[in-house]
Design a protein around this ligand. Structure first.
Ligand code: GDP
Ligand code: CA
Length: 308
């Protein structure tokens, strides 16, 4: 069994290749829910949906989120009504949020609903929200209030300085059913190239997770989301700097060193391998840009071989 710690796009890309080299039924992805939000009364879980749609080959390839071939009639109508339109929800995508919200209101847990959605898409991978309880990433802006993750990421286009990040609800959250077992029992734990500060940190903030990760350090392999000093997309580079870390593979290594045994960095950063190892993490250099499923599969194989 392989267990992956997953955010959104970076994780989805790696998992899409991993299912080519490992039977999907042997993979459990523990997914961030700190990005979740309620809009129009609907429970939106962007990271779960990005992973699910990508694995179903239904993702919009241009944006990396939402469904391919989407239409936007509901958003257009909302605009006319003066409703909230800064967060785009496609017509087909809305069905996912309607279904999720309805089932949650009936009393089903988020993990249960996620399993139902995954089955409806015909996937065999196990997607487990890190917790069924409330977990909300909040960012304190340097020149402004504390905002929720989607306000920061979408409405403000992550173009604002951040002074601090916290995970509301984390102390009281229980790990989702199967989360600690998936960490304890995995042959390899893969940390996807997701944003360390706002995608992986919320998972680690759920009580019990860090302790379990520390026990498994030798079996944990991460892929750096930072290549040549920059994130391929999104604010991982900027947030690392704002948290006092270098925006580099060395900064990523330092961020994870207390519980990660091996870090895969891109060929572009080969010369930083000794500096990564100086942080106390074994370093592997490989091509890590997942521009095709084949490249993602090759990277997955490298990651799995790292602790085989
Ligand atoms: P989000 O939740 O959709 O923002 O996505 P994640 O937190 O999973 O991922 C964002 C990170 O994924 C960014 O820091 C990107 O640099 C990284 N990423 C995306 N695609 C790739 C890729 O092909 N290779 C690597 N190494 N990182 C990637
Ligand atoms: Ca995310």
């Amino acid at each position: 069994m392989i267990t992956a710690l997953a955010g959104g796009v970076g994780a989805a890309r790696l998992l899409r290749g991993m299912v080519e080299v490992v039977p999907p039924s042997e993979i459990t992805a523990i997914v961030n829910t700190g990005d979740d939000t309620i809009l129009h009364g609907l429970h939106i879980a962007p990271d779960l949906d990005t992973v699910m749609y990508t694995l179903a080959d239904a993702i919009n390839p241009d944006t990396g989120w939402g469904l391919a071939g989407e239409t936007w009639r509901v958003m257009e109508s909302l605009q006319r009504l003066g409703g909230i339109t800064w967060f785009n929800l496609g017509d087909q995508d809305l069905a996912t949020h309607c279904y999720r919200t309805q089932r949650l209101q009936e009393g089903a847990a988020l993990g249960q609903v996620t399993a139902e959605l995954v089955r409806a898409w015909g996937l065999e991978i196990r997607l487990v929200p890190v917790t069924d309880d409330l977990l909300r990433t909040r960012l304190q802006l340097v020149d402004g209030p504390e905002v929720g993750f989607q306000e920061y990421f979408v409405r403000l286009r992550h173009d604002v300085a951040v002074a601090g990040v916290r995970f509301e609800g984390a102390e009281r959250a229980a790990p989702g059913p199967g989360v600690l077992e998936a960490l304890a029992g995995a042959e390899t734990i893969v940390v996807c190239p997701s944003n360390p500060v706002v995608s992986i940190a919320p998972l680690v903030a759920v009580p019990g997770v860090l302790e379990q990760l520390r026990l498994r350090r030798d079996r944990i392999v991460g892929v750096s989301p930072i290549i040549a000093g920059a994130a391929l997309k999104g604010p991982a580079d900027r947030l690392l700097r704002e948290m006092g870390f270098q925006s580099s593979v060395v900064g990523v290594a330092r961020w994870y060193a207390s519980w990660m045994g091996t870090l895969v960095i891109d060929e572009a950063d080969a010369e930083s391998a000794p500096a990564v190892e100086a942080e106390g993490i074994r370093c592997i250099v490989a091509p890590t840009i997942m521009s095709t499923v084949e490249r993602s599969a090759a990277l997955s194989q490298t990651v799995l071989d790292a602790v085989a």
